[in-house]
Design a protein around this ligand. Structure first.
Ligand SMILES: [Fe+2]
Ligand SMILES: [Fe+2]
Length: 412
């Protein structure tokens, strides 16, 4: 996981809020935000459905910290299944890639030779990076910052009852998955960070300050202890990051930076494996508890969840600016992650988990959740069309990012 930050959403007129000031606005899962052009472009699933947030747990629009015990037990009962089906998805350390594999050489052989190879490698990296446009750099920084907040996401996993690594060295398969996943994810932020540092195109101190702020600000979870919500959220986030890093790889290649294309490509491949794990686990839970899972999925899609990078700030402004919303708007325009991707994501998971085919074992609430989910993707697409029409009619606006020395970038 650790996704590109893709999306705060707002309702009514947009008020860009400072991350330090908690907003009461509805927030959605993985839908792009649009910071400030006339009326708000609202991409939350909640807005698409015209509904208010309604809890799957507690049913009051606010989460209940407690989780039904049977859900925890069902998640725990999957340990043998995780051993057999999920742990093999993790790459053994001996055959895993490391950040150094994609960066100028600074290891092995004679020290003088290594220094010469390093100097030459840095020069080549910088020459290729010179052609990367500013909007792609902004997307890259936003994705890197989000990846670097990994400690937040690991602690999130350890908050999920039935999945947590209770001792820090737990031998249970869920705990081993969580540690192995974290170890693989850790390379993503490292690799992107080092590329950005070496390329010389960004103000690294501003980037580092943003990481620092994001870690301090944290991430608001929907139902923090629920294994169902955590696994659904993990599946969505991994797929969103796979899409985002994959698009960045393609765009980097088009602009002549093959090193960056490889870097983003190898990270995207990791995200794909992780997505497979969380998606399979969720599918298994749909088999075992269709009613609990369809309610959990609807609850997650109805919003009230922050994106991993949503509380990012560079500390450079104190005027209610929402850095995450600006970053998301650039990602939308650059084609790194768009509203269309969000619609595809929803459609993909509703189909993959066979939501429309669920029949037996659904409560009244489960059936309502099923109806809502089956109609969601078309509603998102209609909203996307309307938003595109509005965008086409309005004047482009610029934003400046401290990450790239305050050079202006057009927002989407
Ligand atoms: Fe991942
Ligand atoms: Fe990642």
């Amino acid at each position: 996981m650790a996704t590109s930050g893709l999306a705060a959403a707002t309702a009514g007129s947009v008020k860009l809020s400072c991350p330090k000031q908690r907003s009461t606005r509805p927030r959605g899962l993985l839908g792009p935000a649009h910071p400030a052009r006339g009326r708000a472009l609202v991409w939350t699933a909640a807005a698409a459905a015209g509904s208010t947030v309604r809890g799957g747990v507690g049913d009051k629009g606010v989460y209940d910290a407690s989780v039904p015990r049977e859900q925890v037990e069902i998640a725990r009962s999957l340990n043998a299944w995780v051993e057999e089906n999920m742990l093999p998805l993790l790459t053994p350390v001996d055959s895993a890639w490391q950040p150094h594999d994609f960066l100028p050489c600074s290891a092995g052989g004679d020290e003088a030779d290594a220094m010469a190879a390093f100097t030459e490698g840095v020069a080549e990296l910088r020459a290729a990076a010179a052609g990367v446009p500013d909007e792609l750099l902004v997307c890259l920084v936003g994705n890197m910052v989000t990846e670097e907040a990994l400690p937040t996401y690991q602690s999130m996993g350890n908050r999920s009852e039935g999945l947590a690594d209770d001792t820090g060295v737990d031998a249970l398969p869920w705990a081993r998955w969580l540690r192995g996943w974290t170890a693989e994810e850790n390379r993503h932020g490292d690799l992107l960070n080092r590329y950005l540092y070496l390329c010389g195109r960004v103000d690294m101190r501003q980037v580092e300050t943003t990481v620092h702020h994001l870690l301090r600000n944290g991430m608001e979870m929907l139902v923090p202890k629920s294994p169902y919500h955590s696994l659904i959220y993990g599946a969505f986030q991994e797929r969103a990051t796979f899409i985002s890093h994959g698009h960045t790889a393609r765009l980097a290649g088009q602009h002549g930076d093959r090193t960056l294309a490889k870097i983003c490509g190898v990270i995207a491949a990791d995200e794909r494996r992780h997505e497979a794990g969380y998606t399979m686990a969720s599918a298994k839970l749909f088999e075992l508890d269709p009613d609990g899972m369809v309610c959990a999925l609807a609850y997650v899609m109805r919003g009230k969840v922050t994106m991993p990078g949503q509380l990012m700030s560079d500390g450079a402004r104190d005027d209610g600016d929402d850095l995450f919303a600006r970053f998301s708007a650039v990602a939308q325009r650059a084609g790194v992650y768009s509203a269309s991707d969000y619609g595809d994501l929803v459609e993909h998971f509703v189909r993959r988990w066979r939501v429309a085919e669920l029949a037996t074992g659904l409560s009244g609430e489960g059936r309502r959740a099923q109806d809502y989910l089956c109609g969601l993707a078309p509603k998102i697409r209609r909203m996307e069309e309307l938003a595109q029409q509005r965008t086409a009619r309005s004047e482009p606006i610029e934003a400046r990012f401290s990450w790239i020395y305050s050079r202006p970038v057009i927002l989407g």
